[in-house]
Structure formats: C-alpha cells, structure tokens
Design a protein around this ligand. Structure first.
Ligand code: NDP
Length: 485
C-alpha cells in the first residue's frame, strides 16, 4: 500500500505536479524506523529547463501586479497553511523525524507567519523622493527576477516559506530545490500557494542532489540564489553565483556561544541550553553548542542540566508525548556518534547520553560533555546533533575573546541578571542573531542570519526585502541640459 507521505509526483512546475521517472530515484526514509516511505526522482535536465523557463516567463506579469494583489495571495496561503497545520506537521515529521510536538508549533506555523508577514509588507514596498533643487530623483524598488532557493534538511517547510514568501512579495519568481533528504514538504508549500491563487509558474519545486542545485545556480537566467546549508556548500554556491554576478543570501552553519554568568537564573539558563542544543535533536544551525559557564555556577548548572535532560522522552515522533526525535538520516547519526567518540577520546567529561539509543531508528541520546576545552574537536566543529559542550570560564573579558575565536558567527546568547553586562557582552560578540536570557527565538519580524563564515545577507524582517529586490534611481531634470559643447 502506498504510504500517505508519498507525493503525487516529484516536482511541482507551472502550477501542477510533474513526474519524470528518468531521473535518479531518491528514497525517502522515515528516520524513526528506517523504513522507506516514499520515492521521488531527481530532476533531469529537461525538468530543470521546464522549471527555469516557466519561472522566467511567469515573473514578467507577476512583477507588474500591485504589491497589494501579490500580498493578498500570500496571506490567503498563510490561512490555508494554518488550517492544514496538523496534516502538514505530520508530513514534516515523516520528512525529518522531528517530533510532532515540535512540528505542530514550529514548521507550517512558522511558514505561515512568513507568508502573512511578507504578504502584509508587499503593498508598502515603495521608493523615495529625493529633492535636488528644482530637479529630483525618485527611486523604485524592483524585483530581481528569477530567484533560486536551495534548502537544508532540518526545516523543509520553514525554509521553503522563508525564501519563497519574501521573493514572491517583491515580485520575483522562484525555483526551489529542497534537500534530497527531505523532499516532501516544499511540494505542499507549492500546492498551497497555488490553491491560494498564485499564478502558475511563480513557485516551482524540483528535486535532486547537489548537481541539480549547481545546475540552477549556474544558469544565466537566474538573478539570485538563496541557500540554507553548510559552510563548504555555501562557499561553492557563492563562488558559482559570483561568476554570474548574481545576488546571494547564504544561511550557513555555526558553532555559537551561549554564555552563562554566575548571577544567571539557573533554571532559565538550563532551559536556554536545552532549547539551544536539543530542539530538533540538535539539528539547528543557530544552536548554542559551546556553553560557557562561569565557574561559580558550574556544578549547580550541570546537576540541573543532567536532571532535566534525563526527562527527554525518546520515542515515536508521531506520538505527541515524544519530545526528542532521531537524527534525520543514518549517515547524520554516524557523524554525530563519531563526534561523541572524539569528545571521549580527547578527554571531555561525559555528563549524560553519549551513545546511540537502544531502539529502532536513528536516535542519538541527548549528550552533555563538561570540562570541554577550546581546542577539542567537539568545541570547534559544527556537529549538527544533540551534543552540548560545556566550557568553564572566569572573567567577562576572557569569555568574549574565547567565544569569538571561531570562523563562524551565526548566533550568540548571554544569561545574566546584570542587564548592563548583558548588552555590553552582546555588543562585543561576533554574531548575527543574538539572545539575552533566551535562546533560539526566530520570529519572522526579526532579521535572521550570520556574520563571518556563517553567511551573507539576512532572512526574515524588512531586511529580507532588501535581499530580494533592487533599487532603481531616476534623475528627473526640470530645466535645460548644459553640455560642454
Ligand atoms: P548541505 O550544505 O549539504 O546542503 C544544502 C543544500 O545545498 C542541499 O539542498 C544540497 O543538496 C545542496 N547542494 C549541495 N551541493 C551543492 C552545490 N554544489 N550547488 C548547489 N547546491 C548544492 O547542508 P545540509 O542539507 O546537510 O544541512 C545542514 C547544514 O545546513 C548545516 O551545516 C547547518 O548549519 C546548515 N544550516 C544553516 C541554517 C541557517 O539558516 N544558517 C539553517 C539550517 C541549516 P543535497 O543535500 O540534496 O545534495
């Protein structure tokens, strides 16, 4: 019997599902059981061509519509997503293995927020009037044209919406390629946008591995590339986009610091560390995986952390009582287990977890290492799994220098009851998305993105508009033109 997660077809192009079984089959594996629940086929060159040519053509009329008309469609799509939240959350859980407890509140809902927010902004995207004596300059905020979105596997619905909503609001079209690991959810986003009245050809989804992404990025018809992925992939995609002088947004990885001072509220700090390390089983780019704890609070913090981590419920992700799911794939599980072994070998003190869970599926126990030092592999490399490194520190000055000693710069957090210190420290941390007495909040109203190797550009908020549009300036002369001859 066909599994309910099996999509109607692999791709969504020009307003309809499209299949081409000549492409490489991509099995979709449910991470909680290891069973194959669906198959899609990678886009063939013919499918890539169909998606790009349809998106290029459809954009011309869309870019000429008023922002209010475009926004109305996006807001309608947001309503449909909310109405179908349960069904979409179940699918997100099949696609990623994340527990339904999370997907019900963090995926389609976050996607709907983006559609609603950018739908609301679409009608107010205007230029400026710049007086120049009797003359003047006016500016026009124009669409870029055809945008490509490429997604990672941790938030397939959210990423498809975070890229699609601002792109469409600004009058662009999009071809979106999900991660081959989680190909299902973006198709639903496309389906819903069209159900809401989006004209055919404006939001297309095609499947495939890195080669399909590369084919999209290098196509001369593409004006902008927005990638969510790892730093090595980001470097390749950025370079390929640069060769064609295309606009880019790069949302890449991190190894973010979470700094807990002696005067912090311990329960809140532990809660922040849990949210910043174990949500989505640690598969979150902005996670605060280097938890710097001031020595005076360290033992109390570790004791409560171990107790509360012990309360994680591992189990069937479709059961709402489950609070901790598997790794997205067997491969990712093995990568994470490899890092755990490295942590043990390099002398970190295991506080809890530390192995594969004894159950079907790709579960890794939530793991905490203490006495981690800056040079250990687990403190330097992005693990993308439920492995928290706790490092000790003495002074504010010292912790700021150590927190910044990384190629990454996505996020940073501070827990303290001294608000002057909180702002002083955050002001010196090299990171794009920061938190005070909290961790990992990502509302659509706030800019999201990194500095240093963690990325270029910002998603969400009014900032995202700048990255999906360009400004044309027009000088208007009222008098005669003076010329030398
Ligand atoms: P990857 O970098 O492996 O892949 C990201 C996407 O790029 C996938 O769709 C992939 O296709 C595609 N891709 C791979 N090679 C190329 C290429 N040469 N040209 C164009 N596209 C290509 O990341 P993961 O999917 O493994 O996701 C995990 C990573 O994403 C983590 O490092 C994490 O930090 C980062 N991330 C960053 C976020 C942020 O906002 N900053 C948010 C979430 C994740 P395929 O996988 O199908 O081969």
């Amino acid at each position: 019997m066909t599994h309910p997660a099996q999509p109607k077809a692999s791709h969504f192009i020009n307003g309809a599902y499209v299949e081409d079984t000549a492409g490489t089959p991509i099995p979709v594996i449910y991470a909680a059981t290891g069973e194959q629940i669906a198959t899609v086929y990678a886009a063939t060159p013919a499918i890539v061509e169909q998606a790009l040519s349809t998106a290029k053509e459809a954009q011309k009329a869309w870019g000429k519509m008023t922002g209010t008309e475009r926004g109305r469609i996006l807001r309608r799509a947001a309503d449909i997503m909310r109405a179908r939240n349960h069904e979409l959350s179940v699918l997100e859980t099949y696609d990623t293995g994340k527990p339904l407890q999370e997907t019900l509140v963090a995926d389609a809902t976050s996607g709907a927020d983006a559609l609603e927010y950018f739908g609301g902004l679409a009608g107010s995207l205007t230029g400026e009037h710049i007086p120049m004596g009797e003359d003047w300059v006016y500016t026009v905020r124009e669409a870029l044209g055809l945008c490509v979105g490429i997604g990672a596997w941790n938030y397939p619905t959210q990423i498809a919406c975070w890229k699609g909503a601002p792109a469409l609001a600004c009058g662009n079209s999009m071809v979106f390629k999900p991660s081959e690991t989680t190909p299902l959810c973006a198709l639903k986003v496309a389906e819903i946008l069209h159900e809401a009245g989006l004209p055919a050809g404006l939001y297309n989804v095609i499947q495939g591995m890195g080669e399909v992404g590369a084919a999209l990025v290098t196509d001369p018809r593409v004006d902008k590339v927005s990638l969510t992925g790892s730093v090595p992939t980001g470097k390749k995609v950025y370079a390929a986009a640069a060769a064609g002088m295309k606009h880019v947004t790069m949302e890449l990885g991190g190894k973010s610091p979470l700094i807990i001072f002696d005067d912090a509220d311990v329960e809140n700090a532990v809660g922040g560390a849990i949210n910043g390390n174990f949500y989505s089983s640690g598969q979150v780019c902005s996670n605060g995986t280097r938890v710097f704890v001031q020595k005076g609070i360290k033992e109390k913090f570790l004791a409560r952390l171990a107790e509360r981590t012990g309360a994680a419920v591992l189990g069937d992700p479709q059961d709402e009582a489950t609070s901790f799911g598997p790794m997205v794939t067997e491969n990712q599980m093995n990568i994470v287990l490899g890092y755990i072994e490295k942590g043990k070998e390099e002398g970190a003190r295991l506080i809890c977890g530390g192995k594969r869970a004894d159950m079907p599926g790709f579960f890794v126990e939530p793991t905490v290492f203490a006495d981690v030092t800056d040079d250990m592999t687990i403190a330097r490399e992005e693990i993308f799994g439920p492995v928290m490194s706790v490092l000790d520190f003495d002074t504010e000055e010292e912790v700021i220098a150590r927190a910044n000693d990384t190629e990454f710069g996505l996020s940073a957090g501070v827990f303290t009851n001294d608000f002057s210190r909180a702002h002083r420290v955050i002001g010196q941390l090299e990171a794009g998305s920061c938190f005070i007495n909290s961790y990992n909040d990502a509302p659509v109203e706030a800019p999201f993105g990194g500095v240093k190797a963690s990325g270029v550009g910002r998603e969400n908020s009014k900032e995202a508009i700048k990255h999906f549009s360009q400004v044309k300036s027009v000088y208007v002369r009222m008098g005669d033109v003076e010329a030398a001859f």
